[in-house]
Design a protein around this ligand. Sequence first.
Ligand code: UGA
Length: 441
Amino acid sequence: MSKICVVGTGYVGLVTGTCFADLGNEVTCLDVDNERIQKLINGEMPIYEPGLEQLVLQNTRSGRLTFTTDYPKALQNAEYAFIAVGTPSGTDGEADLQYVRSAAEAIADNVDWPIIVINKSTVPVGTGDWVSEVISQRRSGHPLQFNVVSNPEFLREGSAISDFMNPDRVVLGSLQKEAAEKVSSLYQPLRCTIMITDLRTAEMIKYASNAFLATRISFINEIANICESLGADVNEVARGMGYDKRIGPSFLDAGLGWGGSCFPKDVKALEHMAVLHGTQPQLLQAVMEINRNQRRRVVMKLRKALGSLNEKTIGVLGLAFKPNTDDIRESPALEIIHLLQNEGAHIKAYDPQAMTNASKVLPKVKLCETAYQVAEDADALLLATHWNEFKQLDFSRIFKIMRQPVLLDGRNLWDAEPLRALGFKYIGVGRAVNGTFHEEE
Ligand code: UGA
């Protein structure tokens, strides 16, 4: 059993701390946000993440997991301090490191025994060295014995706990191999591949992984757009590609493009780092441009289907950036809603989990309680997030209550043929049937 402090109770910090407690360690999670910590102490989750609430409750009851805003208390006797704070995008796409600095300084101010500081936040390459400098400078008079290890996270929102417990790999980067090996002992119970490398390489693995996944999605979206001109079906194309073991089937779902708190921020930050150091990241720039266009194309398709968007009512199903989360950061749905509103459309919307978050940023959207309320009197229905509950809707009922039977399936969730048989104009992303491009009807 090890004594661990986790600084930051966002997705990464909270999931990491809770899972380490579940593996038998004594974990204190710290956040400077008092309201958030009070909620956690009362068993209320600040985010929606399947399985998290139960795991937090189990581990707080067992006494292995505690929450505090008090640094001295959180760090007391800690052998490991994980930094898992936010690194928002600055004005030029660079990662803003002010929270990482505060965490590093607080560790320097409150520890007087050997400690390993582990960076879990996604930070620019070179930040591990910078954290070392911040701590050393702070302790210049009375040096602290510490090592910095980079341990990038590969958790997906919506499946973060199972991703933590069943990782494809754990990456640990440090200039002191023994420190990385010590951290690896925390992950031993997971019996997974552990890769030890130098600090900067570990930091780069994180950016390269996210940028590669975003590239796959932009690639398949570009192929989808080509499919639309040539009369092929991108779902089948992706399936046919995915059987090739060198390609694999994951992250080839065409749709509205990638969003969330990670890909947009990380691809931009990688581009920024490259440009800053004299490299022209042409592929990354194209990947971002394709992603932006994917949202504009949906608006274009709706405009085409309805003649004009002015004074039309568009129903939007799903607001979260993907299913199984209440996170709306950089959600394609939100940007599309703004584009539609700019053309005079009225918007109704529903999401199974993201309504509270959405209500804060979408004052002009009529938020509904069910998918059917959204469909009522709508000129078109846009599926923006493929939640399970949208899979099996009663489309005969929807056909009757819509003003115009136009369905834009932004995630290729529905079977086109039965919907067309019911009388809907079905528009997907890169989907044609028997070489016929129905969207051009
Ligand atoms: C992503 C990575 O998958 C994690 O490995 C990483 O740890 C995390 O970022 C992070 O850096 O913290 P996440 O943002 O939770 O995780 O979501 P993903 O499941 O990767 O989806 C990202 C976006 O891509 C979503 O908008 C999703 O709808 C979209 N997507 C995903 C597609 O459009 N098509 C696909 O085939 C897959």
